[in-house]
Unconditional design. Structure first.
Length: 318
């Protein structure tokens, strides 16, 4: 697929996919015909936002109504409609709503929930007990740094920490809870502590039993996007170098789209002969899912990525 065809991918494939796949309740499932969920609805709304449908289309209005109705009373969003406990999807939903209604009460409630969600594995008493554990040297990390988990009060992981940092970093300062700066500081420190030797991130620990972890595209991109306020740090530069060197090996539409988004956000040139999304997105029916199509819309859209975190110094001044 040449560059001209690539530029038409949003209009010819991505937006028609979302319009066809929207359910009667206004939400989206990950695949056409699957039940609506908050996460897949967020991806669809982000895709529509970055395509020509913009933020004012009927599909967007219906999707926003579904997303708002899915929010739990405590301000969080669950992984599935049947669950009554929120999870990391709260950060993604916050990012989505920030693109449509940044000053909304739903955003304010979600930010409060995010800042109150502390991981239990790094609580002071757990850190004290860990000093005496026979497993303390299996995966040496600094448990004084605290991020976010996939589910509340569990363990810190790279991707949910990155999503939470993006939500806090993109939100209006007037809506941020008082502990937002502390949470961002601890979360950013955790990401740098969990970076793989030589750059990049994987899902969990950078070293286990003395073996260095292998970076993955998804965690690396989300961590780099969350850490844009420190673009000049050596860790960011080495991680970008890994991402550029790995571009030719990316065979999945989601990974390729994420790599394009990240390189563009850091003002880095795209590799000349890789990261073409058309062939990857249309390679199989499963490739046409809400996340991969949305990320392709963002990567190929004319407007810049909507969630770019503000530097911590701006929050301190505010």
């Amino acid at each position: 697929m040449d560059a001209a065809s690539e530029s038409n991918l949003v209009e010819s494939v991505c937006l028609p996919f979302f319009l066809r796949a929207q359910n009667a309740d206004g939400g989206w499932g990950f695949l056409p015909g699957s039940p609506s969920r908050s996460e897949s609805t967020c991806w669809a709304l982000l895709g529509l936002m970055h395509g020509s449908a913009g933020t004012g289309s009927q599909a967007s209005h219906r999707g926003l109504a579904f997303l708002r109705a899915s929010q739990l009373p405590d301000g969080s969003w669950p992984a599935t409609p049947d669950e009554k406990i929120g999870c990391w999807v709260t950060s993604l939903a916050t990012l989505t709503l920030l693109g449509f209604a940044p000053e909304s009460p739903e955003v304010a409630a979600a930010l409060q929930w995010i800042c109150k969600d502390w991981p239990a594995d790094s609580a002071p008493w757990r850190r004290f007990l860990a000093r005496f554990s026979s497993q303390r040297d299996v995966a040496p990390i600094n448990n004084a740094y605290r991020g976010w988990g996939w589910t509340p009060a569990t363990s810190s992981w790279v991707e949910p920490t990155s999503f939470a940092l993006l939500a806090l970093g993109c939100a209006p300062a007037s809506l941020l809870p008082s502990q937002a700066i502390q949470r961002r500081q601890l979360g950013e420190a955790l990401l740098y502590d969990r970076m793989c030797p030589g750059g990049g991130w994987n899902c969990g620990n950078p070293n286990v039993y003395g073996v260095a972890g292998e970076p993955l595209a998804g965690p690396t991109v989300w961590a780099l996007l969350a850490l844009q306020g420190q673009k000049n740090r050596q860790e960011n530069r080495s991680s970008l170098a890994w991402l550029e060197a790995s571009a030719n090996d990316m065979k999945a539409a989601t990974s390729a789209a994420l790599a394009r988004i990240c390189l563009q956000a850091y003002d880095r040139p795209l590799p000349a002969k890789s990261l073409r999304l058309g062939p990857l997105l249309q390679a199989s029916d499963y490739s046409l899912n809400a996340q991969s199509v949305a990320l392709s819309c963002i990567a190929l859209g004319e407007q810049q990525l909507s969630f770019l975190p503000s530097p911590m110094t701006e929050l301190r001044r505010a």
